[in-house]
Design a protein around this ligand. Structure first.
Ligand SMILES: [Zn+2]
Length: 389
């Protein structure tokens, strides 16, 4: 990648990112359409487009005739200009994926991680999987300029460390350093829920200017917040860690050391554990849902508790952040078919959900892709920042 130094000083990096995103979301766009969609001046468009053309991040082809003036060239992202690797880690999950500049996953490997627990073992397994996956793709390997590690817990995204992950049982894990040394590639680290939020935003350009919350329920529970056109991180990248808000002062012990965190009552593990106290044949969320549909008394009571805790969590999010849309995602939701219908017809949802101010609650359609894509976008942003600012 080459960089033209001379005329960069007064081009804002946010505007460069905006133009790249707009071309990504509108394949085959003219400069005039770009100006109208981005709100930038014709002069700015000309300069940024020429910078991106010089660096091969975009290319132009074809022409559409414009009745009033010269025929206009169409602009496209050059997908092969830049590749990024996302390593997504969760309980029982290790996924590595290469994403191109058009945000397409071009290589993906789901690695068995059932017997892995330490941070080093996860990264070592990811590295072995990566070598195997990339073996016949030398061009792609050389094009990978950044790795994003995406995992649960409180992540210091400046030091690229995991401070604490209750789900993965890690404390002070220097995962960024370890990964960079292992792979020999620049590495950044971010929290899984915040990454999923960024993935959701990148998937739907309409979300960009909306205050939006993404709530993830899996082996833990957390919220990512998109407020005023950017992600809310707080002082320690900890904003939205609602898994550790106290919901029952005398409740169960949480892995963080406190009692009665939301995490102790609303996640896959606690849901299945409680079900097994009633029926030790239960091994999955699907089993519980089937028992619920068969009107099993304990299953009805368990789902009722989930409805209550979920409604309280939604109520807290709405009152704390006032989002227009709340997207619900995560493995718990993916496995609990019909979740939103059951929730919205429960008395708890009516009790906690009938506010004067309302938010539109939607299910995520991205699944695990949101974590991978969020990691990729974070990597792309870092590369553009380093190159252009
Ligand atoms: Zn806790």
């Amino acid at each position: 990648m080459k960089k033209k130094i001379n005329n960069l000083s007064d081009i804002k990096i946010e505007n460069i990112n905006l133009i790249i995103d707009t071309i990504k979301n509108n394949k085959g766009i003219t400069r005039i359409e770009l100006a109208s969609l981005s709100g930038l001046s014709g002069m700015s468009i000309t300069r940024i487009v020429s910078l991106l053309l010089d660096n091969d991040f975009i290319y132009e082809d074809g022409e559409i005739s414009n009745k009033r003036g010269r025929p206009a060239k169409l602009l496209h992202i050059n997908p092969r200009a830049l590749y990024t690797l996302t390593i997504y880690i969760d309980v029982n999950t290790l996924i590595i994926a290469v994403v191109d500049l058009n945000n397409l996953i071009i290589l993906q490997s789901n690695i068995n991680s059932n017997d892995i627990s330490s941070m080093e073992d996860y990264i070592d397994a990811a590295y072995e999987g990566y070598k195997e996956m990339i073996r016949n793709y030398r061009d792609i390997k050389e094009g990978i300029k950044c790795i994003s590690v995406v995992c649960s817990g409180v992540v210091d995204n400046k030091k690229n460390e995991v401070i604490i992950s209750a789900q993965l049982k890690w404390r002070n894990a220097k995962i960024g350093d370890y990964t960079r040394k292992k792979f020999g590639i620049t590495t950044i680290v971010d929290n899984d829920v915040k990454s999923a939020l960024i993935g959701e935003i990148s998937n739907n350009s309409k979300y960009n200017n909306i205050n939006l919350a993404y709530m993830d329920i899996g082996y833990g529970i957390g919220v990512g917040l998109w407020i005023g056109g950017q992600i809310l991180r707080g002082t320690n990248n900890n904003a939205g860690e609602i898994g550790h808000i106290t919901i029952d002062y005398n409740g169960l012990q949480c892995e963080c050391g406190r009692r009665g965190c939301l995490n102790t009552v609303l996640n896959i593990k606690s849901f299945i554990n409680q079900a097994q106290e009633n029926d030790n044949n239960i091994t999955s969320i699907e089993d519980i849902v089937n028992k619920y549909k068969a009107h099993e008394k304990w299953a009805i009571s368990l789902v009722d508790d989930v409805c209550m805790y979920f409604s309280i969590a939604i109520n807290n999010i709405i009152n704390a952040y006032d989002p227009a849309i709340i997207i619900i995602g995560g493995k718990f939701i993916d496995q609990f078919k019909g979740f939103l219908d059951i929730i919205s017809s429960s008395q708890h949802f009516t009790q906690y959900g009938s506010f004067k101010i309302d938010a539109d609650i939607q299910l995520s359609s991205m699944g695990e892709k949101s974590y991978i894509m969020g990691g990729a976008i974070n990597s792309q942003r870092l590369i553009f920042n380093n190159l252009f600012s």
